[in-house]
Design a protein around this ligand. Structure first.
Ligand code: NDP
Length: 316
């Protein structure tokens, strides 16, 4: 027998979007319940130092910032629960959600803040330095600054890779772009921008074989030309991935309008509304462009305000 709980506001996911939604919803007396998801704290917990979130003049580590956000949400009595929502039914006016512990939640409003996951190559050496916080990153805007005056390598050839390579080129002495085919996927204008940037070197038909390093972090990359099998070693201290993101929205696809990649579509731009009344989205689950902690927090606030107004309208 499952245990049914009725809640005003269920928040799914615990990144900056989810916690900001929780703070606003809790202060509006909506008694929010949050399921933290498989990666409590979200993507920021894999980041070392966060220096671009306003209000932290000396920077803060990703995990520390997420602990502070959780504390702030709990100060206003958000019910923060470990575990994740594994199934939803948004077909009726009450939104039904099932947690992995068997709890069935009937929510008046749902705020989805499940985020997106950056894709990695999956090489053991890449994962080792990523976990060490020693030179592997999937966000140039977040971490590029730490490689100022140094050499970096970036993998990918889409719009993100071009944008991020260009961003890095302004900070780093040299950026090497590894493109696995002999052409870009990016739009022409973005491709031209990197091609016309002096300190970006583009290596086509080139794939990463191994991320090299020592106890202090990354020292280089061994790459192979997939046409000639020739290998080269490229010295660098930063290894960046820009090979796409996967929004964590699979459980909603039966009910919500998603784009072709899986990002949730806003029903009405400028709001957090989805195509289902009472279901709102915040953060990277609907953002393929900005993907910043501060923009996620902003949309978390919007979602809580929209949810509060939705409930007020229901109650007349
Ligand atoms: P994309 O899916 O467009 O591009 C991914 C890139 O990574 C491709 O070049 C792909 O290569 C490469 N890649 C994928 N897997 C691997 C791998 N295992 N090894 C090496 N390379 C790999 O993702 P983006 O994040 O760039 O963009 C997502 C969407 O967001 C796009 O629609 C894009 O236009 C949009 N966007 C728009 C921006 C803007 O307008 N300012 C900025 C950023 C994104 P291959 O081509 O061989 O498959």
């Amino acid at each position: 027998m499952s245990d049914i709980q009725k809640v005003e506001c269920l928040i799914i996911g615990s990144g900056p979007a989810g916690y900001t939604a929780a703070i606003y919803a809790a202060r509006a007396d909506m008694n929010p319940v949050m399921y933290q998801g498989l990666q409590p704290g979200g993507q920021l917990t894999t980041t070392n130092e966060v220096e671009n979130f306003p209000g932290y003049p000396d920077g803060v580590t990703g995990p520390e910032m997420m602990m502070q956000l959780q504390k702030q949400a709990e100060r206003f009595e958000t019910d923060v629960r470990p575990g994740f929502i594994e199934k939803v039914d948004f077909s009726g006016s009450v939104h039904k959600c099932w947690a992995d512990d068997g709890t069935e939640i009937h929510a008046k409003t749902v705020i989805i803040s499940t985020g997106a996951s950056a894709k990695y190559l999956g090489l053991p050496s890449e994962q080792k330095y990523l976990k060490m916080g020693g030179g592997v990153s999937a966000c140039a805007v977040c971490d590029g600054f730490f490689y100022k005056g140094q050499e970096t390598v970036i993998v990918g050839a889409g719009d993100s890779a071009c944008e991020e390579a260009h961003y890095l080129s302004k900070l780093c002495t040299k950026v090497t772009m590894l493109v696995r085919r002999e052409e870009f996927r990016a739009s022409k204008i973005m491709e031209d921008r990197v091609k016309n940037t002096k300190n970006i070197e583009i290596l086509y038909n080139t794939e990463t074989e191994e991320v090299l390093g020592d106890e202090n972090g990354v020292t280089g990359v061994r790459a192979v030309n997939n046409q000639t099998n020739e290998t080269i070693e490229i010295p660098c201290t930063g290894f960046f991935l820009a090979i796409g993101h996967k929004p964590n929205t699979d459980i909603f696809k039966e009910y919500l309008n998603l784009d072709e990649v899986g990002y949730i579509k806003y029903e009405q731009p400028g709001t957090s509304r989805t195509n289902v009344d009472g279901v709102f989205v915040a953060g990277d689950a609907a953002d393929r462009v900005y993907r910043q902690a501060v923009t996620a927090a902003g949309t978390g606030c919007m979602a809580a305000l929209d949810a509060e107004r939705y409930i007020s309208a229901l109650e007349g």
